[in-house]
Design a protein around this ligand. Structure first.
Ligand code: NDP
Length: 367
């Protein structure tokens, strides 16, 4: 079945093959001095986002990582080290490297521990923006483990009752093996939307839907993406403004991420997290890998997961919805479709990437 999570206006996008997009992103990082295998990890993370229909965290974010490296804020060859370690846990110091490289290292450590001792819990400090949280949770699924990934992020959200950018969009992700074609895969910001989605609206020159953000001057709902991304606006927590639709619960989830990824690891929690383009952003992550066999045989777990997914999809359907989805299903179908049709890259982003490529002497992207 051909499906894409978001409807693409083909006149405004250029379709590029996954391999070509991977090539250019990798080559850009290599040209900046990033080791080849690390450049692959960053490219894989960004391109996976686009392949799964997460435009907010795909290659449209490339420039900020490039800028971070160029101005010396992000180290290309960090000394990533384990500061504390036991059979099921570790604390990693990322030494200010690329968040994706540090995240990949730390999640692998959690996976190795879970393979030996059923559980792996790894906290990370002194990292940078690591892209989509789900990238790391999915790594665990390849080894038939449950993966969990959380990260702190810079203050962009006004928590319930506040009228300033204060907490992060702090995402959470959980992925599990199943017997379905796709894993169960929840990957989400704890705010109504991540800032990347507002950046996409800004590039397209469109107002965002009402309810995503407030003015930091008046507290009123605002829809101008440029204002929201400036100091004049703040994103709302998941559930929106106030308590009626549960804004306080999104606020709580974001703080939960700060507790595990920031306070517990010794990293900055969102109020104090810096930008990728600034030195010492001190982003913190929290990863877990769980071997289902600690509780039941793997086959039984996968069977139970698959039955739950089938049951959820077969529930009595609301007339306003075409079908019931489960988390990870749309992304999986989008990925399959884009393998065949190519990844849609917004024209302005396509030109921006080729501008960066040209400046660094890298062969530009071709459609
Ligand atoms: P979305 O709202 O796009 O999706 C959230 C989850 O819901 C996904 O697991 C998605 O799976 C699933 N989903 C979508 N539609 C349905 C449906 N109808 N029924 C059931 N499940 C559904 O995510 P966000 O915009 O909140 O976040 C986008 C990305 O931004 C994430 O990857 C996140 O990690 C990243 N992020 C990163 C930050 C950072 O600092 N590093 C900060 C904030 C966010 P699918 O569509 O695959 O089926």
């Amino acid at each position: 079945m051909e499906f894409e999570k978001v409807k693409i206006d083909e006149r405004k996008y250029v379709r590029v093959s996954k391999d070509e997009l991977m090539r250019v992103v990798q080559d850009i990082f290599i040209s900046l001095g990033v080791p080849k295998e690390d450049a692959y990890i960053v490219a894989d993370n960004l391109v996976m986002a686009d392949m799964r229909g997460i435009e907010s965290h795909g290659v449209q974010r490339l420039k900020r990582y490039v800028d971070g490296i160029k101005n010396g804020a992000v180290k290309i060859k960090p000394n990533i080290k384990i500061e504390k370690e036991g059979p099921v846990h570790a604390l990693v110091d990322g030494d200010g490297g690329l968040g994706q490289v540090i995240g990949h290292y730390a999640m692998n450590l959690a996976i190795e521990k879970a393979k030996k001792n059923y559980f792996g819990i790894v906290g990370v400090k002194r990292s940078n923006h690591y892209g989509i949280a789900g990238y790391y949770a999915l790594m665990a699924v390849k080894d038939n483990l449950i993966g969990i990934s959380l990260t702190t992020s810079r203050p962009l959200v006004a928590h319930t009752g506040a009228m300033e950018k204060f907490i992060g969009t702090n995402p959470i992700s959980l992925a599990t093996p199943t017997n379905c074609k796709y894993p169960f895969f929840l990957d989400m910001a704890t705010s109504v939307v991540p800032s990347g989605k507002i950046e996409v609206y800004r590039r397209k020159g469109k107002p965002v839907p009402e309810g995503w953000a407030i003015s930091t001057k008046t507290g009123e709902i605002i829809t101008d993406p440029a204002e929201i991304l400036s100091s004049g606006g703040a994103i709302l927590p998941l559930g929106g403004l106030g308590e009626l639709l549960g804004g306080h619960k999104g606020y709580g989830l974001s703080v939960m991420v700060d507790v595990l990824g920031g306070i517990l690891t010794g990293a900055a929690w969102s109020r104090y997290v810096g930008q990728t383009q600034e030195p010492n952003s001190n982003v913190g992550h929290f990863f877990m890998a769980i071997n289902p066999e600690a509780f039941m045989p793997l086959d039984e777990f996968k069977e139970r997961m698959s039955k739950m997914i089938e049951d959820l999809k077969n529930a009595k359907k609301h007339p306003k919805f075409e079908r019931i989805w489960v988390h990870g299903e749309k992304g999986f179908l989008t990925y399959e479709t884009r393998l065949k049709k190519g990844v849609p890259v917004y024209k302005k982003v396509f030109d921006e990437i080729n501008g960066i490529a040209k400046e660094l002497g890298v062969k530009p992207l071709s459609p």
